[in-house]
Design a protein around this ligand. Structure first.
Ligand SMILES: Nc1nc2c(ncn2[C@@H]2O[C@H](COP(=O)(O)OP(=O)(O)OP(=O)(O)O)[C@@H](O)[C@H]2O)c(=O)[nH]1
Ligand SMILES: [Mg+2]
Length: 320
């Protein structure tokens, strides 16, 4: 108990080693984590959470690396979570990421961590939600969450972020198709990176056309489409300004309630995981899993009916 309070106090003071240790415990689903998060939670809610998502190789990490510099020059502290940096798509990019980001390692105002997106029970790991809370409690002004925007995970993470930046590269016309629908809808800013390549204007034009067809009400935030060249550090200030102006918009419009939406997403996610784990535990303990497996084996029951029976048993429902 004392130990948990000590860890929480250290994190609240911005202690990097304590925070790093806690993030490791979060990944290991250590039981102490729940208690520590409980202590930290009332101290959260200050950080601006920015999702940086997009297809593999669009230049997300390069942009994040550049954004860190811009934010630091403005005196802001920065937390970075790179979700699934071991993505099979990235090829050699991981090493590049490490080398690039290495230059921030000695800056106490920057905290960078990789997160595996997959949890033990399948589905998005709850780690991401918990880690954002920890970085927030640490006092980070801005938290950048990088994800590959192709799966359901990315859609879930987009619910958590206050400002979503979708990063595309030119000629990704097909790439746009692979982006989950929910991602384009939640994007406050679309960046066409690699603007040194020919098709940049065309891609930016396509995105603008897509948005103009969506006819959002005038009073609502109109998504911005920007061009950047991350490797040459071009367009980064404009991107930072766009992020700030979206955050200012959110402040002016408390009815958008992004923080509450993020918390609700975290809550629903936790609820699903708890229900699943608790349900599986009870089915196992009661021998129901065994019984149903045998029924499957003997072809007395199909998989869906078996699942339905298990759920009914858990909730002791009588279906008429
Ligand atoms: N030509 C050009 N290349 C760029 C630009 N920005 C990034 N790149 C290159 O694109 C490649 C991928 O960049 P990353 O930043 O690793 O892309 P990512 O989106 O983080 O990739 P994943 O994390 O693997 O999905 C690297 O070789 C970068 O050097 C740019 O503005 N122009
Ligand atoms: Mg990356």
């Amino acid at each position: 108990m004392k130990e948990n309070q000590k860890t929480a106090d250290a994190v609240l003071k911005g202690d990097v080693r304590a925070a790093a240790r806690l993030l490791r415990e979060i990944e290991d689903s250590s039981p102490a984590v729940r208690e520590i998060i409980k202590i930290l939670f009332p101290h959260t809610g200050r950080a601006g959470v920015v999702g940086i998502t997009g297809p593999p190789g669009a230049g997300k990490s390069t942009l994040v690396d550049r954004l860190i510099v811009t934010l630091r020059n403005k005196g802001m502290s920065v937390g970075v979570l790179a979700v699934d940096p071991t993505s099979p798509f990235s090829g050699g990019a991981i090493l590049g990421d490490r080398i690039r980001m290495q230059r921030h390692a000695t800056d106490p105002g920057v905290f960078i961590r990789g997160v595996a997106s997959r949890g033990h029970v399948g589905g998005l790991s709850h780690s991401v939600y918990d880690m954002v809370l920890v970085l927030d409690a640490m006092g980070k002004d801005v938290i950048l969450v990088e994800t590959v925007g192709v799966g359901q995970d990315a859609v879930e993470i987009a619910q958590l972020a206050h400002t979503n930046v979708l990063v595309l590269a030119p000629g990704m016309g097909d790439g746009i198709q692979t982006i989950k629908a929910g991602i384009l809808e939640t994007a406050a800013i679309v960046v066409v990176n690699k603007a040194d390549l020919d098709a940049a204007d065309q891609t930016a034009g396509e995105i603008k056309t897509l948005f103009s067809m969506g006819n959002r009400p005038q009073a609502q935030w109109q998504p911005l489409v920007l061009k950047t060249q991350a490797t040459r550090n071009i367009g980064i200030d404009a991107l930072a300004e766009a992020i700030f102006s979206h955050q200012a918009y959110l402040k002016r419009h408390p009815e958008t309630n992004v923080r509450l939406k993020g918390l609700k997403a975290a809550f629903l996610h936790a609820l699903q995981q708890e229900l699943l784990q608790e349900g599986m535990r009870r089915l196992e303990r009661g021998g129901m899993l065994d019984t149903l497996s045998k029924a499957l084996e003997n072809k007395r029951m199909d998989p869906f009916s078996a699942a339905r029976q298990a759920v009914d048993a858990l909730f002791t429902l009588k279906r008429g």
